[in-house]
Design a protein around this ligand. Structure first.
Ligand code: HEC
Ligand code: HEC
Ligand code: HEC
Length: 105
């Protein structure tokens, strides 16, 4: 019995640990572009009233894990990935706002 309780306590501890790790991570850095690092601010996007599934869906970023989707400007300009919103309608247009995403070091 004691062993079972130990396991439950351990499981609870592990699951809250994982939840904390996710919520503490509020920004993602994409640093593969020669134009400069792109900082994606999860909190800012959440404050725009966006739901997880607005981005975490089959056609966009299915996995909640960084690096699973290759983001290119061709995709963005074509209205995919970040470009679903960053098209001058739902959010600022990508073509004329490079430096709002790409930060020079
Ligand atoms: C505006 C778009 C957008 C919204 C809204 C969004 N995400 Fe994400 N999220 C992303 C992108 C982009 C990635 C990186 C995916 C990749 O690189 O393949 C990501 C990655 C993640 C990761 C992995 C982070 C890491 O370090 O690997 C987690 C966890 C996550 N999102 C959770 C959430 C949760 C929970 C919500 C809802 C509260 C949410 N996201 C809403 C765009 C979004
Ligand atoms: C579901 C819609 C949606 C998606 C997808 C989305 N964004 Fe946004 N984003 C917004 C909205 C809305 C704003 C705030 C309005 C604005 O600034 O035009 C915003 C703001 C931003 C800002 C803040 C810029 C500033 O100057 O304050 C950055 C940077 C940004 N997004 C990067 C990204 C990146 C990188 C991706 C793809 C990984 C992405 N966004 C995907 C909707 C989205
Ligand atoms: C909405 C945010 C956003 C805007 C605006 C934006 N980019 Fe990007 N860009 C990204 C993201 C995210 C990546 C992927 C970076 C990575 O994977 O590390 C990227 C990648 C790139 C790359 C490397 C991949 C490729 O497609 O060649 C180049 C070059 C680039 N951007 C140039 C630009 C230029 C030039 C502009 C303005 C005309 C611009 N970007 C505007 C988000 C943006």
């Amino acid at each position: 019995m004691q062993k079972v309780i130990c396991l439950i306590v351990a499981a609870l501890f592990l699951s809250t640990g994982a939840a904390l790790a996710v919520s503490a991570k509020k920004t993602l850095e994409f640093n593969k572009s020669p134009m400069g690092t792109v900082i994606f601010d999860g909190t800012l996007h959440k404050e725009q009233g966006l739901k997880c599934k607005d981005c975490h869906n089959k056609g966009m970023f299915p996995k909640m894990k960084q690096g699973t989707v290759e983001i290119t400007m061709d995709e963005i300009y074509a209205g995919n990935l970040c470009g679903v919103c960053h098209n001058g309608k739902r959010a600022f247009d990508a073509q004329s706002n490079c430096s709002r995403c790409h930060v020079k070091q």
